[in-house]
Structure formats: structure tokens, C-alpha cells
Design a binder for this molecule. Structure first.
Ligand code: PXP
Length: 244
């Protein structure tokens, strides 16, 4: 039997294009509906304080129409926490990036921030179906990750994506080790950052624990050539360990 890892489409970049002209094209709500109609199994957003892509108002509007899994990523500022209590999404993914970061470029230091994360996660769980924390592939971070109360980890895959072209076996090795131990500790495993049609299937096939990926940048770039419907279908195929 094959396995299937779920695809959550990160729609930030569609909002970046919309914001470039100040109007409502593309319409983010229609984009989210279409992603779901084309097979996406979740919609991810990462509202940032400067609203440079997805805005707070978008998050409220998306809440009304997302029928799959709504995943909201972000740094747990007081504003973010209150947004989560309003929206009550299926999943929250906590990232440690400062407000002015271009994109998330590090995972949590769960040893240093164990108590901080524990209190935030306890609070967020009143409203979110599940809490995931963004983590580098390092098994040493897992026992404290578990004691924060997080349900899942999201593996930060940029280092994998960078090394994939030159040495995919070495690139996957810390991810395999971390995902396996996470599974043994009862933590679910997601992954994201720089995943693409090139590197996705190897990741999925090598990590039996992998439940969900969130993908934005490469998917939007591929959609420029193949169209959104074809592109989502192509990503879904890569996420099956057996061909469809
Ligand atoms: N996961 C997290 C925590 C992120 O911050 C991002 C980028 O917003 C992604 C996944 C998706 O990364 P990409 O756009 O490279 O697919």
C-alpha cells in the first residue's frame, strides 16, 4: 500500500502579487477555493505584522471559506495569539522569526525556549485544533519539543533542498533521524521550505512519518508555466509513495 502526504498550499505569494497593484487581482479567496477544488488538502498563510502579503483581513475572510485544513503560521506575538483565538484554525505553526524577516530561516531552540513555548502552546490549544512548531532537523531538540506540548513539528527543509542536488543521501540523513525519533515520541511530522517538484518525492519516500507539507514559492513559480490546476496535481502525485 502506498502512503500519501498531505499538501497544504501556502498562498502568501498570491497575496504578494495582488498587493503589487493595490487592487484585488488575483482574488485571494478565489485562489484558496480553486486550490481546494484542484486537490489541495490544506491552505496555509503566514500573516506578518507589516501585511506585505496576507493581511489580517484576509485571514478572517479565508476562515469563512476554507473547507480543508486552515494552517496559520507565525511568530507568537500578542496580536498573532489573539488572531488565533478569533479564527480557531485546524492548525497553528509557530515560527521563531522576528517581524522584519524576509522569510523563516531558522527553527525553534526548544531547549532555550521550552518554558516559553509551553505556556504559549497551552494557551493556543484552547483555540487551535493542533499546534506545530518549526524545527531544524536535529534529534537533540526533540525531547524538549515534546515537553512543550506541541502536537507536531514542522521540519525546516531549506538545508535539505540546498544539498539535494549535490548529495541527496547526506541531505536526507538528519531529516530521517529526526522524523523517526519524533514518531517514537508521539510527535506528528510536517515539513516545509523550499520544497519543489524536484526534491519532494525523495523526501516523502524517505520519511514514512511525514504527514503534511506546506509549499508556496516553488508551487507558484511552477503554476506560471503549467497552470494552477496542473501544478497542484503534479505536486499531489509527488506526494504519493506509489505512482497514482
Ligand atoms: N513553512 C514555513 C514555516 C514558512 O515560513 C514557509 C514560507 O512562508 C513555508 C513553509 C513555505 O516555504 P516555500 O514558500 O519555500 O515553499
Amino acid at each position: 500500500m502506498g502512503r500519501h502526504t498531505k499538501l497544504s498550499v501556502n498562498i502568501n505569494k498570491f497575496a504578494t502579487i495582488r498587493n503589487a497593484r493595490g487592487g484585488n487581482n488575483p482574488d485571494l479567496i478565489q485562489v484558496a477555493k480553486d486550490c481546494e477544488a484542484f486537490g489541495a488538502e490544506g491552505i496555509t498563510v503566514h500573516p506578518r505584522p507589516d501585511e506585505r502579503h496576507v493581511r489580517k483581513a484576509d485571514v478572517y475572510a479565508l476562515k469563512e471559506i476554507v473547507t480543508t485544513e486552515f494552517n496559520i503560521e507565525g511568530y507568537p506575538s500578542p496580536e498573532f495569539i489573539s488572531l488565533i483565538h478569533d479564527i480557531k484554525p485546524e492548525q497553528v505553526t509557530l515560527v521563531p522569526d522576528p517581524p522584519d524577516a524576509l522569510t523563516s530561516n531558522a527553527g525553534w531552540d526548544t531547549i532555550k525556549y521550552e518554558d516559553y513555548l509551553k505556556s504559549i502552546i497551552e494557551d493556543l490549544k484552547k483555540s487551535a485544533g493542533r499546534v506545530s512548531i518549526f524545527l531544524e532537523a536535529n534529534p537533540d531538540l526533540l525531547s524538549t519539543a515534546k515537553s512543550t506540548g506541541a502536537d507536531r513539528i514542522e521540519l525546516y527543509t531549506e538545508p535539505y533542498a540546498i544539498q539535494y542536488a549535490s548529495d541527496k543521501t547526506s541531505a536526507i540523513s538528519p531529516f530521517k533521524e529526526t522524523a523517526k525519533l519524533a514518531g517514537e515520541l508521539g510527535l506528528g511530522v510536517n515539513a516545509g521550505h523550499d520544497l519543489s517538484l524536484e526534491n519532494l518525492n525523495f523526501l516523502t519516500s524517505q520519511l514514512p512519518e511525514l504527514q503534511e507539507v506546506s509549499i508556496g514559492h516553488a508551487l507558484v513559480c511552477d503554476a506560471l508555466y503549467h497552470g494552477l490546476q496542473n501544478t497542484i496535481q503534479m505536486y499531489l502525485s509527488e506526494l504519493d509513495t506509489m505512482p497514482r
